[in-house]
Ligand binder design. Sequence first.
Ligand code: FAD
Ligand code: DLZ
Ligand code: SF4
Length: 508
Amino acid sequence: MKILRVILGDQLSHDIATLDDCDRTRDIVLMMEVADETTYVRHHKQKIALILSAMRHFAAELVAGGYQVDYVRLDDAANSGSFTGEVTRAVARHRPDRIVLTNPSEYRVLTMAQGWAKTCALPVELREDNRFFCSQARFARWADGRKTFRMEFFYREMRRESEMLMDGAKPAGGDWNFDSENRKRLPTGKRLPKRHRFAPDALTAEVLELVATRFADHFGDLDNFGWPVTRKDALTALTHFISECLPSFGDYQDAMKSGAPFMYHALLSPALNIGLLTARELCDAAIAAWKSGHAPLNAVEGFVRQILGWREFVRGIYWYRMPDYAATNALAAQRDLPSFYWSGETEMNCLAQAVADTRANAYAHHIQRLMVTGNFALLAGIAPAQVEDWYLAVYADAYEWVELPNTHGMALFADGGLLAPKPYAASGAYIDRMSDYCAGCHYDPKIKLGPGACPFNPLYWHFLIENRATLVGNPRMALPYRSLAAMAPDRVAQITAEATAILDGLAN
Ligand code: FAD
Ligand code: DLZ
Ligand code: SF4
């Protein structure tokens, strides 16, 4: 029986379930570069370059390993431009008896793949993606019957099951979570490690040229492209992170600094999400660094929690709740995304820095995503779908399964609190505390209202006022609502007037 084995652009793992039981002399591995996937949102140029280059490198490795690979390039004259079109053409070329692939990571693509049995008149076997700690069925067992989902409880179960950072039945170091130690501001003058970037080889250079020409009008610069595009380079990036950055990862996890987009973060999500690394090997490497005394427990637990906890948790929610999840809009947010999310042209320095970093690197770290661009979109009531399209387009690591819950649930509270206990809403004081952005800003975070006031300040209180009916009963919001209740009516009126002026100004 001849099998057509389809490998998608984020399934570049040699032990992917699709290749289990592959007969290398008989079966065909199909990989497709297709226009629809490069433009369903207008991805950052570096994201397209990363995926196409990594796909081409992976295909070459498969060929070297004796697989028969049918690789459709974006510029092939007969390329139909869609996954379904290319699978149909490949079936006509190879006449397989059936099609095998691993479950696509995005609902949109899963729906397409489920249609192939009919379009191709062949059986299609969809296999479980074995690259995660928690299967969809396992998550459903955890989630069934719960009204709200809290990462912390899910994470504890994952710790027990994986036996990571466990001391028998107890968590290593006596606590499940060392986050309270992970909120330090970066001390002035502290030197950050130089980050490992990978110079493009001939294959990547060819892709960069293709992207520069064909996607010239997409957001983002290509000049800084240095992402790992092979497993070998991704392993080098992992080793570099563990040796140079992990020891300080925890302490400065939430810190932000002008001109320092990477801080001590891993920069591994682009490689991890396309399958060049596994979640398990990231966690194992960090735990080994703790056991050898190289990295402290607060850093290692913090890092493991992001992967074993948050990453698995958001994926679980995505598959448990899609497609309805994307349609919720608990705060009825309707405003358009301001144009400075693309241009970076704003006098708010924190936002200008976050957009500039994003344009230069297709990367911004978690706190920039959550507490700068995400926080502003939340406070300003930007329509979730528009914000989600932006996040999906601009980051090299963005795939809907991980982007959507982070944006929709964590940053925008559009799911009404399913994922996060309360909105991550903050005034200028938070950004001032965690960054040096405010020192170089046109505005002053200490001025609450009136000339020179940081726009996050009136917007924060206005957000509470606008969403009072939905949020006032949330016990985690009791403190800010008590402060609001104690506010003089003329101050509330001034907040409303100033916030309305800012929001009206966004349209221009
Ligand atoms: P580090 O900060 O060094 O963390 C280590 C690893 O932990 C990451 O590589 C990542 O795999 C994992 N991780 C950390 N936080 C999360 C999280 N909240 N959810 C899932 N995994 C996590 N991450 C994506 O991979 N793709 C996205 O499209 C994406 N969109 C986001 C959108 C918003 C609004 C927010 C607030 C967060 C988003 N994240 C997304 C989560 C997080 O910001 C990125 O995973 C992280 O910035 C990746 O950079 P890093 O590898 O340097 O991570
Ligand atoms: C994001 C992306 C891009 C830009 N291009 C391709 C491509 O040409 N071929 C491919 O197989 N995948 C691509 N992807 C990833 C897909 O859009 C999608 O995220 C994955 O198939 C997961 O469902
Ligand atoms: Fe951002 Fe306000 Fe600080 Fe300016 S003052 S950088 S707008 S938080």
